[in-house]
Ligand binder design. Structure first.
Ligand code: GLV
Length: 378
């Protein structure tokens, strides 16, 4: 045999990546302090210093989740990795799962659970809809699921769904309560232990302000009891919590998995702030309303501080507005996602990007787009 595919020249060229204002639903711009942590020397994924870094990550997640759970780790992969890990480990084929769908993330979880052979029941609302605790309890009683899924930060709708009381209902019905906080963690308060959330996960690339590619997840004692007493093995080796827990040093056995060293170095330096997100989001919301832009979630208390959804202004094409702002302001905002596509545009000010000067830039870019993108009346 001989080499017939020549080496690509691009690999010898220095990498050029433009700076952009990432004011969409993520990833967000990463502060130099965290980028620098990822640019430090690579060490072995089993070196003692790596375990110190993982210990820092664990403490950071325990703080951000407000939990004392020992089974608190970060995985390699996006928020989807944690989503699949949660479901694959706590549900066995044939078991009943209940999913609240009010945007894209519930849809995704229902599909993942279906693919692994669960018996999936969904409760559906339009994007941004709220499920009352009464509705949830009724569905728990009817379907007797082993797991109930709710999205705390529904980024497709810009909604922060209330969580209080649901964990207690799940306990009463012998159901595990799984909450997705990929878009909300670090921006909108969550109290894993006090709210009786059994499994909680997030992603690195939003309000936590690390690069994409790692995903914190935590399981409490109830969740561990269920997942470590299964009859079948989880469908994924990489996402099997027996192996992940072993890598995180929980069983004293030689490690069977490996971690993303640079990604963990970055994640170990995340530092979220609810107060900061609330203040800047409030400032942005007022600015938008003063311009006559309508917010998609009307009740301020239910708005996600990290991702704001705005109603597409009458007489405008949202794609054109987004392209205009990218071209003239070097700024990313996005359209809706899944069921909210065509309904909203989304602005995210997260972590390092969460500053009033950035909110002013967003408002100026939108005002400019409104001035220049109006559809002509044909
Ligand atoms: C991703 O999380 C998105 O909401 O677009």
């Amino acid at each position: 045999s001989s080499v017939t595919i020549p080496p690509p020249e691009c690999m010898l060229r220095p990498l050029e990546v433009p700076f952009r204002y990432l004011f969409g639903p993520g990833p967000s711009n990463v502060p130099p302090r965290i980028l620098a942590a990822g640019g430090r020397a690579i060490i072995g994924h089993l070196h003692p210093e790596m375990y110190e870094i993982m210990n820092d990550i664990k403490k950071g997640i325990q703080y951000a989740f407000q939990t004392q759970n020992n089974m608190t780790i970060a995985m390699s992969g996006s928020g989807h990795a944690a989503m699949e890990c949660a479901i694959f480990n706590t549900v066995e084929p044939g078991e009943s799962v209940l999913v609240a769908v009010n945007g894209i993330w519930g849809e995704r979880v229902a599909e993942i659970a279906e693919r692994m052979g669960a018996n999936v029941h969904i409760m559906v609302k339009a994007p941004g809809g709220i499920f009352s605790n009464e509705e949830i309890e009724k569905a728990l009683a009817k379907h007797k699921p082993v797991l109930f899924f709710l999205t705390h930060g529904e980024s497709s709708a810009g909604l922060a769904h209330p969580v209080d009381g649901i964990g207690d209902l799940c306990r009463k019905h012998n159901t595990l309560f799984l909450v997705d906080t990929v878009a909300s963690l670090g921006a909108s308060p969550i109290f894993m232990d006090q709210q009786n959330i059994d499994i909680l996960y997030t992603g690195s690339q939003k309000a936590l302000n690390a690069p994409p590619g790692t995903a914190p997840i935590s399981f409490n004692e109830r969740a561990c009891q269920k997942m470590f007493n299964r009859k079948t093995k989880p469908v994924s080796y990489l996402f099997d919590m027996a192996h992940l827990s072993n890598y995180w040093g929980n069983d004293g056995q030689p490690a069977r998995l490996f971690g993303p060293v640079s990604g963990f170095q970055c994640l170990s330096r995340q530092y979220p702030s609810w107060r900061h997100h609330r203040e800047v989001a409030g400032y942005l919301w007022k600015g938008l309303e003063d311009m006559g832009i309508k917010l998609f979630i009307q009740n301020k208390d239910l708005r996600l501080p990290s991702v704001t959804t705005i109603v597409i202004p009458e007489g405008y094409n949202w794609r054109e507005m987004l392209q205009y702002m990218m071209k003239h302001h070097n700024m990313e905002m996005t359209g809706g996602l899944g069921p909210s596509t065509g309904m909203v545009m989304r602005v995210g000010l997260m972590g390092y990007n969460c500053q009033k000067t950035n909110a002013d830039m967003v408002l100026a870019a939108l005002a400019d787009a409104l001035k220049n993108c109006k559809k002509s009346k044909a």
